[in-house]
Design a protein around this ligand. Structure first.
Ligand code: ADP
Ligand code: GN1
Ligand code: MG
Length: 352
């Protein structure tokens, strides 16, 4: 099944399933390579995605070399095929990319510590810094309006009115919650429109398991999962990192009394991030730091809820109500964040 693509990349070995992403399918080959089947329903322009990834990783590598840092561990290195293409295609037309596995590294999904959160923030800040002089216009818009929360809200309403799987009746409470927060959806997009929040190169999927840590030092090595790197806002990256990283539990934990927004983890990350980023943030960005956490968590919740209503056509699920459980989990976090708003805002102020 992998014969053709492995041959095109000039690699040998047996791909074993690896990782728990919701979109692509990841395989590890020995301790040397990662092979990833790109979801072409989600990433409809694979050429554009891969072009972005090579542009961005080449830029970072150059920067690391200039400053004498170890580029083999501090950025992902993608392979070209033997005939110079950015990805290979199997017999059935599925696109695959390959890159070097970084050994002695790990990612974290649910066992989080303040130290790791602090180090993750440093890695995210470093990524943003290395790309701060990269012209965002050069990047192809992989998924338009990816973090446009008002549009995500409209998309949810449209799915509700279509109700293709007759599931709307099962989610009355969740919809009531989602609709009650409509007023907040435009906070970041409005600020981008009026220019008070600048467009910058952002990663757009900064959940903690997309940060690679060093086994020995626990330091953040680099960001992985670069599909959605494009023009966006630093607030998207901060908010999404905290949506996942400052949760007390896994993203699909169904014991909702165990799911809460952990202020200690939030503080560790905020400290690590703002120590270097605060000098580049605009006044409006600073004002929206904590709101971004609520908005990104809410947005992810309504995306899961929409997908449940649509019949699970976007996010990979492991069982029937998986997307509904994920949505409930995110909404529980949003409620808790709203309750802790004052305390969280005070933490942000401390490090600005
Ligand atoms: P997805 O989340 O779509 O499955 P990722 O690119 O995030 O894909 O990779 C899945 C997992 O594989 C990561 O969470 C990480 O544990 C591991 N991984 C990915 N790339 C590397 C790498 N270059 N070196 C070491 N581990 C990696
Ligand atoms: C998806 O591919 P993965 O698992 O890293 C999604 C993100 C969501 C995340 C929720 C392209 O990320 O936007 O925040 O699931 N990626 C895409 O866990 O939609
Ligand atoms: Mg990932």
């Amino acid at each position: 099944m992998f014969e053709k693509v492995l041959k095109e990349f000039g690699i040998t070995g047996k791909p074993e399933l690896f990782g728990d992403g919701h979109i692509n399918t990841t395989y590890k080959i020995g301790d040397e390579y990662i092979l990833q089947k790109i979801n072409k329903d989600v990433f409809t322009n694979v050429d554009g995605v891969m072009k972005n990834i090579f542009l961005v990783t080449d830029h970072i590598r150059k920067k690391l070399i200039e400053s004498g840092e170890d580029f083999s561990r501090q950025t992902i290195q993608y392979l070209h095929t033997k005939d110079g293409r950015d990805y290979a295609v199997d017999e059935d037309g599925h696109p695959y990319r390959a890159y070097h596995f970084i050994d002695n590294s790990y990612t974290v999904s649910d066992k989080k510590t303040p130290e790791l959160l602090y180090n993750a923030a440093k890695a995210i800040g470093h990524f943003q810094k290395m790309l701060s002089d990269f012209d965002a216009e050069k990047l192809f818009t992989v998924i338009p309006d990816f973090h446009n929360t008002p549009k995500r809200f409209e998309a949810l309403k449209e799915s509700v009115s279509k109700n293709p799987k007759n599931r709307v009746n099962n989610v009355k409470n969740e919809l009531e919650f989602a609709y009650s927060l409509e007023n907040m959806t435009g906070l970041i997009t409005d600020a981008i429109k009026d220019g008070s929040v600048p467009l910058r190169v952002s990663h757009n999927d900064t959940k903690l398991n997309n940060v690679l840590f060093d086994n020995e030092t626990n330091e953040g090595l680099c960001l992985i999962d670069l599909d959605t790197v494009m023009s966006g806002s630093y607030l998207y990256d901060f908010g999404d990192a905290m949506r996942f990283g400052a949760s007390s539990a896994a993203e699909d934990c169904t014991e909702l009394d165990k799911v809460y927004f952990d202020l200690e983890l939030f503080e560790a990350f905020t400290k690590g991030y703002l120590e270097s980023a605060s000098e580049v943030l605009t006044e409006r960005e600073k004002e929206l730091v904590f709101s971004s956490v609520i908005i990104m968590t809410y947005e992810c919740g309504i995306r899961f809820l929409k997908d449940y209503i649509d019949g699970d056509v976007y996010f990979r699920i492991a069982y029937e109500n998986h997307n509904l459980d994920r949505a409930r989990n995110q909404f529980k976090l949003v409620s808790d964040m709203l309750e802790k708003k004052e305390k969280a805002e005070a933490i942000v102020k401390k490090y600005l």
